[in-house]
Write a protein that binds this ligand. Sequence first.
Ligand SMILES: [Zn+2]
Ligand SMILES: [Zn+2]
Length: 353
Amino acid sequence: MRALVLRDFWDFTVEERPDPVPGPGEVLLRITATGICGSDLHGFTGENGRRVPGQVMGHETVGRVVAVGPDSGTATLVRGQLVTVNPVLACGTCRHCAAGTEQACRQRRVIGVSAEISAAFAELMTAPLRNVVLLPGSMPEEYGALVEPLAVGYHAARRGGCVADDRVLVIGGGPIGQACVLAARRMGATKTVVTEPSAPRRKLIASLGLATLDPRSDDLADQVATMLDGPATLVLDAVGTTGTLADAFACSDLGARIVLVGMASPQVELAAYRVSTDERTIVGSFTYSASEFQETARWVGTAPPELSRLIEARTSLDDAPAAFTRLALGDSTFSKILVFPGGPAAQAQGARE
Ligand SMILES: [Zn+2]
Ligand SMILES: [Zn+2]
């Protein structure tokens, strides 16, 4: 198979690698499309220290079943079925796994992050059967690659206890911010605003019929309060810097919940009294539970029309290195770019088969 290999930081190459063989309880998939995530970019540049040279990354994926490995029990998957993959591999037996909070499993590994797993920027990939989630064959195939980032936003909104009468501020209008605001809307919140400095990203969010603001203004808190009919009761920070946390405090009500889902800075400084005396709650959020991933896949399977706007560009495996370089050099106005290992035209092909 052909795979996009991280030869070194800032250096991708497309290599021929042996086709993976599904082991017991595994499924072999032919990848249709895999999204480029911010964490892949930071892996590409070596910034986050969470990817290593030699690795094949990619965790936001959709593909079709090629084969099921031996001893796969009552597996009912058949060749050609459209599926996505929950990339979070949990032990399945610990306290967290038993409670359905697999994202907190201490044995957790993540497809596309853990270096020893050959992941989804390749023509083929294996995944454990229990991480494979069926999608309806009728939906636009590429939407399947959006399940993972959308599940991140859904988990963040749930971690914040989002309810219908919340006034929700989402900080950051990139793919995770988009996922956060769509999740909040799906959970019934009608008062939402997304702050985003990039004009093209604000335009994308406006095209979804959602309110946005440029955060680089002196009266941001007033503007947010005007748009939400009061200061935010729930903030989903999809950026995660000292500056965005300061905005979260400035724009939110006493007692507000602030969910830190963005990972832009490993270290932040925060105004302690805005937490203590104002009784704000800061909640961390990372990935999603298996059931949240499945719920998101079901929603994506209904092909909500707004999803078509979330995909900004499509590229082949051969053009992926250039796309990564462009993004890493600071083109932060882009939203979701999908890599099609069989070429962007292969999608239409697959749908006809
Ligand atoms: Zn991701
Ligand atoms: Zn576990």
